[in-house]
Design a protein around this ligand. Structure first.
Ligand SMILES: [Zn+2]
Length: 529
């Protein structure tokens, strides 16, 4: 007698051409995979006409605090994501000191949410214990967020660490790895990650490498210094010995479109030189970020209050207005690269203006009768720095060229915003249904392999990613002719079609009517090798 029998699916097992078969599941684990299995089962689901894949892995998930509000993680399970790598971009709720707690809560509010009313944790281990208590519907795999480590040791200081401070940071990374993290994440364009010089990145990556950890990195620039930023991390990977995973790889800015080829050549060159590199991507030509990210680095220094003062002081405002249109004023120069007509305001927080969301900076500026550069500053002040924007940065053809690369894996980078980016609801079905099945950019088998087996193995998860006896029963059953994303920039919260069943740890988390409320995910902690 087994718990669950899945019959007559087209099985994409992870290592072979698809074949028709059955999967028997007991105690959260696949116990038999074959044709015409006939065990007695408490429940049988007929998958006639459906394809069956291992559960999908989101390589870049901003779900570190979401489970405290919505442990079902609805937009994720509906896409077939059963495992999520959390704390990307160097951003995370731990480690944190009591002194910096209030600032951290504010800093994470828009990218990760607020979490519980009081954060009872300080260390990564304590945070993971609390996260586990939320009983999430997906399995969450933590990284050590470098920005949090730096903040815990150095506060917001914009300088290199002293020898003893660097030693303290290494200790924090080791504590996080000991607590079960799968690697270290960096956000080298964000505060305070951007203050780290290359040596610091090497030292802390070496610490993660001691535990067999992976580097996950939002590189130091995705627009005019894109190639140098990739090269920096290739150097870090070589020096530290840690394998390298680049987050949300892209060429940012239409003016940089010519860099696509040099980018892929740089990666191929490192790969053939023996550097272990993968990257993730969300299949869209637009990203989401804080409106404040349009400002140059010097504007971010210190506390939120100091930043607001700079936006009110006429002398610094003048400098800021000029910096927005200057391609060399910051690492990304989003405003210069995307233009006010390519930047859409999507969230202004609870106290911000209500009449601006869903509109471009150009539209809002013209209806208010102000220059769009001036509007950026006004909106930052009106929203207490919290406004979120979508940046339309690249043509879909460039996105697809990156998706074709064999080192590409899938990461949603999805933020649970009030008006989210459509990738929150559409990433996996768009890659599988649109890019693979309909357009043939990669084969269906390749797409599934990247979404499951290769993603799981990349981070070191050996208990999932394949359909085989002994593997954790994380599975996705989809209609191959129906699976597709439906979320758009205009209607970003439309769930995908064609993903009929999602099984997490042997429990049915999604059935044809939607999420069932099952919460059989967990926090996955890396065990010492
Ligand atoms: Zn990022």
């Amino acid at each position: 007698m087994v718990d669950l029998l899945l019959r007559n699916g087209t099985i994409y097992a992870g290592d072979a051409e698809p074949w028709p078969g059955d999967v028997a599941i007991d105690n959260g684990v696949m116990v038999a995979v074959g044709t015409d299995l006939r065990p007695e089962a408490a429940r049988t689901i007929d998958l006639e006409g459906l394809s069956l894949a291992p559960g999908f892995v989101d390589m870049h998930a901003h779900s570190a605090l979401r489970s405290f509000e919505d442990p079902i993680l609805t937009p994720k399970v509906l896409q077939g994501f059963t495992t999520e790598l959390i704390n990307p971009d160097g951003i995370g709720p731990a480690p944190v000191t009591g002194e910096r707690l209030a600032d951290r809560v504010e800093q994470l509010a828009l990218s990760e949410g607020r979490g519980p009313p009081q954060w009872p944790w300080r260390s990564i281990g304590e945070y993971l214990d609390e996260l586990e208590r939320t009983r999430p519907a997906t399995t969450l795999c933590p990284f050590v967020p470098h920005g949090a480590v730096r903040d815990a040791v150095l506060g917001g200081a914009r300088r290199a660490p002293s020898t003893s401070e660097l030693r303290a940071m290494r200790r924090e990374v080791a504590r996080g790895m000991d607590a079960g993290a799968w690697g270290i994440s960096f956000g080298l364009v964000y505060t305070p990650g951007a203050y780290a010089q290359r040596d610091e990145v090497v030292a802390l990556s070496s610490e993660a490498a001691r535990f067999g950890g992976l580097i996950s990195v939002h590189i130091r620039g995705e627009s005019h210094n894109l190639i140098e930023a990739v090269e920096e991390m290739i150097y870090v990977s070589r020096r530290s010995g840690a394998p390298l995973h680049l987050s949300h790889l892209k060429v940012l800015g239409h003016r940089n479109a010519w860099k696509l080829e040099p980018l892929l050549e740089t990666i191929d060159g490192a790969l053939s030189g023996g550097v272990d590199i993968t990257f993730d991507q969300y299949p869209y030509g637009a990203g989401v970020t804080l409106l404040s990210a349009l400002l140059p680095p010097w504007a971010h220094e210190g506390t939120m209050e100091q930043m607001a003062d700079r936006l009110r002081d006429p002398s610094s405002v003048d400098r800021l207005l000029r910096a927005l249109g200057d391609p060399d004023a910051g690492p990304e120069s989003f405003y210069y690269q995307c233009g006010p007509e390519g930047i859409v305001v999507i969230d202004c927080g609870p106290d911000g203006p209500v009449d601006v969301t869903g509109r471009t900076l150009a539209e809002i500026a013209s209806s208010r009768g102000v220059e769009p550069e001036r509007l950026v500053i006004d909106l930052l002040l009106e929203t207490g720095m919290s406004a979120l924007v979508i940046l339309h940065y690249a043509d879909e053809s460039a996105v697809k060229a990156i998706a074709r690369h064999p080192a590409m894996l899938v990461g949603s980078d999805a933020v649970f915003a009030a008006t989210p980016h459509p990738r929150l609801w559409g990433t996996a079905p768009r890659f599988l249904g649109s890019y693979a099945i309909r357009e043939g950019i990669v084969t269906v088998r390749e797409a599934i392999d990247r979404l499951s087996f290769r993603a799981a193995r990349r981070v070191g998860l050996k208990d999932r990613g394949a359909i085989a006896p002994g593997q954790r029963a994380d599975l996705v059953a989809f209609g191959p002719d129906r699976v597709i994303d439906r979320a758009t920039y205009e209607e970003p919260e439309l769930p995908p079609s064609g993903i009929d069943w999602v099984i997490v740890g042997g429990a049915v988390a999604v059935d044809p009517d939607g999420p069932t409320g099952a919460r059989a995910g967990a926090v996955a902690r890396r065990l010492p090798a």
